[in-house]
Design a protein around this ligand. Structure first.
Ligand SMILES: C[S@@+](CC[C@H](N)C(=O)[O-])C[C@H]1O[C@@H](n2cnc3c(N)ncnc32)[C@H](O)[C@@H]1O
Length: 252
């Protein structure tokens, strides 16, 4: 048997990120949902509450997903990049409430996700939940800062672009020890759930340039994929698909 390459991990098993998100919606019953990065609408279709989605393009093509997306009591779509959205709009004013559940899955570069987190947290309550996608890459080529920069190691992962948002998850753990993290090995590339938010915190924004320099200085080759998973204190998804486990950590 051949040894697995150091720059590739086996696929995560257990419940996929969409299933975990669906359970979060069902169990927490958020009054509203903010999504950055929607693409064909698979994650957006999971929410049943007032929802706001931001994406420079919404290439919806599946009519069943579209039916679910438009069946919510309120569905606001902003066709623009998230930076411009936060510059021009106030999600609390649009939703009539603090953001309760957010899923950040837009541009897969660490500084973009850091800005999306900073901008979203400002509009949350302490017990709101912000979910980050793709922070647990399973091989190195998928962490390039450009899509399809290199061929994947495992052929079935060719389109799994995680980018370098793994850096943002590490930065948040380091720069914001006040936040509460639950990091799940949801296939394909993990789901990080963050609560105990502080909408008044300026710890990230005040030192934004320094944080970006710090993140870009990290090398996943040096850290190691397995070490990153270990540093992120990853837990199995199987513990988080029951309402019992979820409600011990999250309540809205
Ligand atoms: C991985 S897809 C989202 C998938 C979707 N959340 C799901 O789970 O089905 C990433 C999306 O982010 C969008 N995107 C890229 N740059 C963005 C930006 N600056 N602001 C908001 N969305 C962005 C892309 O257009 C793409 O549709």
């Amino acid at each position: 048997m051949t040894e697995p390459a150091a720059n590739s991990l086996p696929d995560f098993t257990g419940h996929g990120y969409l299933q975990v998100l669906q359970t979060l919606h069902e169990v927490l019953q958020p009054r509203n949902y903010l999504e950055i990065g929607t693409f064909t609408g698979e994650s957006l279709a999971l929410s049943a509450c007032a929802s706001l989605a931001v994406d420079p393009g919404f290439p919806f093509e599946n009519i069943e997903l579209v039916r679910r997306i438009v069946s919510k009591p309120r569905m606001l779509l902003f066709r623009m990049a998230s930076d411009l959205f936060f510059e021009q709009h106030d999600p609390c004013a649009l939703l009539g409430d603090k953001v309760q559940l957010a899923f950040l899955d837009g541009m897969h570069r660490c500084e973009f996700l850091l800005r999306d987190f900073i901008n979203t947290e400002r509009h949350c309550a302490r017990n709101s939940v912000i979910a980050l996608h793709d922070c647990l890459p399973v091989e190195e080529p998928m962490t390039d800062r450009s899509y399809l920069a290199r061929p994947s190691i495992e052929p079935h992962r060719q389109h799994w672009w995680a980018g370098d948002v793994w850096r943002t998850a590490r930065l948040l753990r380091r720069a914001r020890p006040d936040l509460s993290f639950t990091t799940l090995d949801a296939p394909p590339t993990g789901l990080v759930l963050i609560t105990n938010l502080d909408p008044g915190s300026t710890a990230l924004a005040d030192r934004y340039d320094e944080h970006v320099r710090t993140m870009l200085g990290w090398s996943l080759t040096e850290i190691g994929l397995a070490q990153h998973v270990s540093d992120m204190q990853v837990e199995p998804t199987t513990d988080y698909v029951t309402s019992e486990q979820l409600t011990t950590r999250f309540w809205l």
